[in-house]
Design a protein around this ligand. Structure first.
Ligand SMILES: O=C(CO)[C@@H](O)[C@H](O)COP(=O)(O)O
Ligand SMILES: [Fe+2]
Length: 266
């Protein structure tokens, strides 16, 4: 019942924007892509597999891709930067063999000394290396090392870190990650008070991929989309659902509609 209501709300939102839909049909939410007004990002949903049965990670990754995920968000925790431990590059190597070369692996590196895992993660098949600004004194050098290893660069900030601290690096990275929970555990409550960071980043850097992570699901996606996030990590809301395909589709539709609206408002 709850899912039905949310989807209905999504439809009401679409009807309100019917006028926008008519003359932008060529690049509407069906293609999930727009390139007008120098904005070139799209809505992407990346399930966090942290909430899945960890003894079945390979099949869970395959299942998420089959349910329409755009990418996979893999949470690496070292028990030092965060009070929890997950897995490292050997697991990524196994997952890559299981899912094949296509799925995009966004590595959320919740580790101290992220420099030490760049090369092993690249060799294991990681697509993007998202490190925390709080963990290094030399982000510029780390960004360079990640690029030289052939991966995309993501830069994450914890709730207590200001977005102004991230800003000097924004033109040098592929994606900014605004954490919407304290990193360390899945299933926490979404922190709505992080949304001004997303809004600020979207205004300052109109083409940047902006990811939100933590407590994001059908109840919080409208806030994220309106603020300007386009890469959506969702763990328990997707993995714990009886119908992950519908949840992924709903999240993507809400974000795609917000992107389209923003492009036309400019
Ligand atoms: O990085 C983290 C937590 O530290 C996240 O990726 C969570 O694992 C997302 O799970 P939900 O909050 O959506 O359940
Ligand atoms: Fe994460």
């Amino acid at each position: 019942m709850q899912r039905y209501n949310l989807i209905r709300n999504g439809s009401i939102y679409a009807v309100k924007n019917l006028k926008l839909f008519s003359y932008t049909y060529a690049f509407n939410v069906c293609s999930n892509r727009k390139t007008v007004n120098n904005m070139s990002y799209s809505a992407k949903i990346g399930p966090s597999i942290l909430s899945s049965d960890l003894s079945c990670l390979g099949s869970e990754c395959v299942r998420m891709m089959e349910c329409g995920a755009d990418y996979l968000h893999l949470d690496v925790m070292d028990g030092h930067f965060v009070p929890n431990i997950t897995f490292g590059h050997p697991m990524v190597e196994c997952l890559r063999k299981t899912v094949g070369q296509d799925p995009f692996f966004d590595m959320h590196m919740m580790v101290s000394r992220p420099e030490q895992w760049v090369k092993p993660m690249a060799a294991a098949g990681a697509s993007q290396y998202t490190f925390h600004l709080e963990t290094t004194t030399n982000p510029g050098n780390l960004i360079k090392e990640i690029r030289e290893s052939g991966m995309k660069v993501g830069l994450a900030i914890k709730p207590g870190t200001t977005v102004e601290e991230l800003a000097p690096w924004a033109n040098h990275i592929d994606m900014a990650l605004v954490m919407t929970v304290e990193p360390g555990f899945g299933g926490q409550k979404f922190m709505e008070d992080m949304m001004p960071k997303v809004t600020w980043l979207r205004n300052q850097f109109p083409s940047l991929d902006i990811e939100v992570d933590g407590g994001v699901g059908p109840d919080s996606i409208h806030k994220c989309a309106e603020a300007g996030a386009n890469m959506i990590v969702s763990g328990s809301a997707v993995i714990g659902s009886d119908d992950p395909r519908s949840v992924i589709a709903l999240l993507r539709t809400v974000v795609a509609e917000a992107i389209q609206k923003r492009s036309l408002d400019r």
